[in-house]
Design a protein around this ligand. Structure first.
Ligand SMILES: [Zn+2]
Length: 268
């Protein structure tokens, strides 16, 4: 019999994100207050741009072993070890965040999805070796298109590291492709981009499409164009920026208004 483990919180989260905001994915900046007796452990943490934050979901149930994803109940049940649900035998939360600022024992971070008052039990640096560029994952597609766009946007910013106009355009283009093909990380989905370096970089980052093993991504640099061709075992599609599309207020425009889209079924 293994003895129970005692864990002492090392800090606490201060956030606008409260118990009632459970369906929000994206969160703005929040702070982590490290308790004074642990502040010595922050020495040289500022050398890192990103950190793992490990918290304790103190308000969560611990007797639940199966749940349906809250972002899309239609997907059916998963065991909690196959999902990031709050409810689990040991309600530990794990999120990689950007370390924005440190002042004394207060860390300001970007992207932390923990609610106000969450006890923090550990902080670890995020290393490049932590990246697995193209893991196999089930497609937990949010039911709301707006939430899907937010998820793609977050993945795009994490990968590309600047919120340029081409990033917004690439997210919209990927939304259009997702409507046709579903899971953009699918191993049999290939994408060819003709456009700017930023457009190609963001589409590659969202689709996790490598140049080889398997070869899913190819690119032709042409800053005057913005198009992508997609292909899986059953369909092909070409998505190009509609010449008449006004790019002002790009973020607010639905992707349906931006592109010329052609789709072919391979059986035809
Ligand atoms: Zn860019």
């Amino acid at each position: 019999m293994i003895e129970p483990i005692v864990i002492n919180p090392i800090g606490v989260v201060h956030s606008d994100f409260t118990k009632n905001d459970h369906v929000r994915i994206d969160v703005s900046q929040s702070t982590i207050e490290i308790f004074p007796q642990y502040s010595e452990a922050l020495l040289r943490i500022s050398e890192h741009s990103h950190i793992w934050v490990i918290g304790w979901f103190h308000e969560s149930r611990r007797d639940t072993l199966r749940v349906v994803p809250r972002i899309n109940p239609e997907l059916g049940e998963y065991g909690v070890f196959g999902l990031r649900a709050f409810m689990r035998p040991n309600p530990i939360g794990l999120t990689a965040v950007k370390l924005v600022n440190i002042e004394d024992n207060i860390l300001t971070v970007d992207g932390l999805d923990f609610i106000e008052g969450t006890p923090i039990i550990d902080i670890k640096p995020y290393y490049e070796a932590d990246i697995i560029f193209s893991p196999g994952t089930p497609y937990i597609k949010p039911r709301e298109p707006k939430m899907l766009e937010e998820t793609l946007f977050k993945a795009a910013v994490n990968h590309h590291q600047e919120e340029c106009e081409q990033l917004v355009l690439a997210v919209k283009m990927c939304m259009a492709a997702e409507e046709i093909f579903g899971h953009l990380n699918a191993q049999d989905l290939q994408v060819h981009v003709v456009g700017s370096l930023c457009l190609a970089d963001v589409i590659q980052g969202i689709c996790k499409a490598r140049l080889a093993n398997p070869a899913r991504f190819s690119f032709e640099h042409n800053p005057d164009k913005a198009m992508s061709c997609w292909e899986n075992n059953s369909r092909r599609a070409a998505i190009s920026l509609n010449p008449g599309a006004g790019l002002c207020l790009l973020q607010a425009q639905p992707h349906q208004a931006l592109f010329d889209i052609k789709v072919w079924n391979k059986a035809d």
